[in-house]
Design a protein around this ligand. Structure first.
Ligand code: SAH
Length: 224
């Protein structure tokens, strides 16, 4: 085996292990598994954590934020029931990993992040992977993206105290929104699935989760 093939083989083996692990946890949807397979998570974690990129763990990405655990990304993507022709809005780009996974399953992902530095890093990853169906914005995502609304799907990857009303307004009829909600005590969060039926909204509580809080305003902080 040529010496430069070795890291690739190790990465490939650890990725297969992750996919089997996800299967074992009940993620059997072939579309979700194939999207996870096609996105190199090692590109979305800081260099220092590269060897752990395929562990089924959340990892720090700087600025006190984290890339979500692969199992959480997979479950949320499955529950979002993303279709090929859909426009999906994500609040909380972070590393860009969740957006990249969803971009393999839908027409376009619009993703908003309040940390300018995190967003710039995510944009570079999308460019180098040639994932051209992701549009980014540096802003407070709780206001949504009115210029391109409505969205068939909305996913929020930071915990709000309650469902942000502007996001619900920007959800298309029949649309689904998934978001963690809970008090200031982050032990207490629940993942909520909202489905818009005409003027009515159905709410379903999925399972307890732990996400960083959804915070107002933008941050232009070059530090880590
Ligand atoms: N989806 C990310 C994980 C996100 S961590 C991934 O796959 O890596 C949550 C992210 O939400 C953080 O980067 C945080 O800065 C961001 N965030 C928190 N409040 C926000 C807001 N009001 N608008 C936009 N982004 C926000």
């Amino acid at each position: 085996m040529p010496s430069d093939a070795k890291p690739f083989v190790i990465e490939y083996e650890s990725k297969i292990r992750l996919l089997m692990d996800l299967r074992g946890q009940g993620i059997t949807d072939p579309r979700v598994l194939s999207a996870i397979e096609r996105v190199p998570r090692e590109m979305f974690v800081p260099e220092a954590f590269r060897s752990r990129a395929h562990d089924n763990d959340a990892l720090p990405i700087g600025h006190g934020q984290t890339i979500s655990q692969p199992a959480v990304v997979a479950y949320m993507t499955r529950e979002l029931e993303v279709g090929k022709e859909m426009k999906v809005l994500e609040i909380g780009t972070g590393s860009g990993y969740q957006a990249a996974v969803m971009s393999r399953l839908c027409r376009r992902v619009y993703t908003i992040e309040r940390y300018r530095a995190l967003l710039r890093q995510a944009e570079k990853r999308f460019d180098s992977l040639r994932f051209f169906n992701i549009t980014t914005r540096w802003d407070d995502g709780s206001r949504g993206w009115p210029e391109v609304a409505p969205f068939e799907r909305i996913i929020v990857t930071a915990a709000a105290v309650d469902v942000p009303p502007m996001l619900l307004d920007q959800l298309a009829p029949g649309g689904i929104m998934i978001l963690p909600v809970g008090g200031d005590d982050d032990e207490d969060q629940q993942l909520l699935k909202c489905r818009k039926r005409g003027e009515e909204v159905d709410y379903e509580t999925l399972w307890p989760v732990r996400f960083v809080p959804l915070l107002p305003d933008t941050v232009d902080d070059p530090g880590r």
